[in-house]
Design a binder for this molecule. Sequence first.
Ligand code: SF4
Length: 210
Amino acid sequence: MQYQEILRRLEQHYFGAKPGLDFENPYQLLVATILSAQCTDVRVNQVTKSLFAHYPDAHALEKAEYETLSDEIHSCGFYSVKAKNLIATAKILCEQYGGEVPPDMDALVQLPGVGRKTANVVLSCAFGIPGLAVDTHVFRVSHRLGLSDAKDPEGTEMQLCAIIPQESWGSAHHWLIHHGRQICSARSPKCKDCFLADICPFYQEQKEQK
Ligand code: SF4
């Protein structure tokens, strides 16, 4: 099967790939992932360095002043909605979960600013619970490679989980993100330098059209 060869090569090239966000516990990863929407990991890591010193846990974050927090996360973009979501999420964590992040998909997606992608990142990277988060890179690369033809991220997640062994879900997320960032970018994929070019349906189609 072609997808097995694709996954084998991805694993070979990106073996041991790690999350780009800095974190030491599930709370920090949840906050960092909420901040990372439409923002780079590098920028988020710059911001969270001091943010986690000011707000070391959900109890501190729920007491944050909206204006102050907005200023602190301003450079991450969409700071107004992110500040509101962070405070609201912290309140729920304190009121319903004793200030801890629940290791549960259904509970996580109820938190403001948390969708399946963020929940899967937290479950997989902070708790070691199998999950395959589909962000813009995972969506684009998996479609170009013919690993999914689903119309939305949730459908893509289901299709990828069906062909990738459960123990590799978390790793596959990182392989696809790294490939999307380093080689298969949205605007100018480096197909001629890509180790998947000979079996990539997107590239083969492009060549036939020329
Ligand atoms: S051949 Fe091109 S489109 Fe296909 S995975 Fe590689 S970079 Fe992406």
